[in-house]
Design a protein around this ligand. Structure first.
Ligand code: NAI
Length: 387
């Protein structure tokens, strides 16, 4: 595949265009706003200059990457592309309209991909006459830095398209995983309890934000605690993802959003980007340290971790992805210190089940139901990995 088209020159599309151009492709980047294209071009020049200054790339390489990208406000520029990756606004009606238009411009063999986070790939593919050429290619933000890419075939997608896309993106030195076309794919589904259970622990008054973050960082080995991470992502964005996953799962209580996060979002306390989230970020404000109470820290880690493991096990139970891809997704997509299924083996399936069941016994909420896969494994005395 030589020529790649990217539609939408926002945060994601600009990053994806950079990745494709850095890997030797000719790229057309399109947006309906010419100002946005200008901004994207200038931002790329800045990034490239920084990389040259740091000695990460040669000046002529920076030049050739920038020259490889052409900018256009019309979709006709995509006529001779082999693959198009769409990264426009997250609205089904608009995406469907764009895919329909694209099909009237590109060749019969051109693959059409969407970077959607929350819409089903099947629903976007349904707008196309040749829906078997449509696939999800889900990058993480920022695309040039995050190694993980989820590849999501829709039920309509031809299997040869999956193979072609996976080997292409592997060649871009990314880590690819294949996920079923289900809400949140892998990462945005399996990661939900990291936020949701932390919020629940806070709401029950078990510990404050800083103590929960400290436990997950210091004892769990996570790079950031849940509240720091939500502040980093933005409470508005993180809350919207939670709501969309919850709705898409027909209101399964396991994914129920939190009122605490909703209030923070409503108050405009989005996080780092506007100076106030769970923590204040003004100049000179120090982050609170949180309690150093080993027993409490252990309780917090055990509770969040077991919910994460349960979610990962259930994703495997429902064939969302292979066990290897589920573990890779969490270490490469959100920097978890270990794959969750590997972690489950280390803790022991029996103990994982005991902990989930004790939460269920206490709350009697479906939120704490144990994945049938874990129970089956207990009955047959098996592990996720043979060793
Ligand atoms: P953004 O808002 O930064 O950029 C979207 C761009 O699309 C804007 O420049 C806008 O002018 C353009 N656009 C909108 N409608 C268009 C149309 N009809 N034709 C041409 N251009 C159009 O959005 P962002 O964050 O880059 O997200 C884009 C897509 O990527 C969405 O589907 C989002 O769900 C997905 N995504 C976002 C991630 C993130 O962390 N921001 C992560 C992974 C996926």
């Amino acid at each position: 595949m030589k020529k790649i088209g990217v539609i939408g020159a926002g945060a994601m599309g600009s990053g994806i265009a950079q990745v494709a151009a850095s890997n030797g492709h000719t790229v057309v980047l399109s947006d309906n706003s010419s100002e946005q294209l200008e901004r994207s071009k200038n931002a790329l020049a800045k990034v490239m200059n920084r990389l040259v200054e740091k000695g990460s790339i040669e000046a002529n390489k920076s030049q050739s990457i920038q020259e490889a990208i052409s900018y256009s406000t019309t979709l006709t520029a995509f006529a001779d592309c082999d693959l198009i990756i769409e990264a426009i606004v997250e609205r089904l009606d608009i995406k469907q309209e764009v895919f329909k238009q694209l099909e009237s411009i590109v060749s019969r063999n051109c693959i059409l991909a969407t970077n959607t986070s929350s819409l089903s790939v099947a629903s976007i593919a349904a707008a196309c006459k040749f829906s078997e050429r449509v696939i999800g290619i889900h990058f993480f933000n920022p695309a040039p830095l995050m190694p993980l890419v989820e590849i999501i075939p829709a039920i309509q997608t031809n299997t040869t398209v999956v193979g072609e896309v996976r080997s292409l993106i592997d060649g871009w030195k990314k880590v690819t995983v294949v996920a079923k076309d289900t809400p949140g794919f892998i990462v945005n589904r399996v990661a939900r309890p990291f936020y949701g259970e932390a919020l629940r622990i806070y709401e029950e008054g078990v510990a404050d934000f800083a103590t929960i973050d400290r436990a997950m960082r210091e004892l769990g080995g996570f790079r950031m605690g849940p509240f720091e991470l939500m502040d980093f992502i933005g409470n508005d964005v993180n809350y919207a993802v939670t709501v969309s996953v919850f709705e898409a799962f027909y209101y399964d209580p396991r994914y129920k959003p939190s009122l605490t996060q909703r209030r923070h979002s409503e108050a405009g306390w989005f996080g780092r980007k506007n100076g106030r989230g769970y923590y204040p970020y003004g100049e000179g404000t120090a982050m609170p340290e949180g309690q150093n109470n080993p027993e409490l820290q252990q309780l917090i880690l055990d509770r969040i971790l077991v919910m994460l493991i349960n979610e990962a096990a259930d994703a495997l139970f429902l064939n969302i992805a292979t066990k290897e891809d589920i573990d890779l997704s969490m270490t490469k997509g959100v920097n978890y210190p270990k794959g969750l299924l590997k972690w489950a083996d280390e803790i022991g399936i029996d103990l994982v089940i005991t902990r989930i069941d004790s939460l269920y016994d206490l709350y009697r909420e479906d939120r704490y139901r144990c994945s049938p896969l874990l129970r089956k494994m207990q009955q047959t005395n098996t592990r996720f990995y043979s060793n």
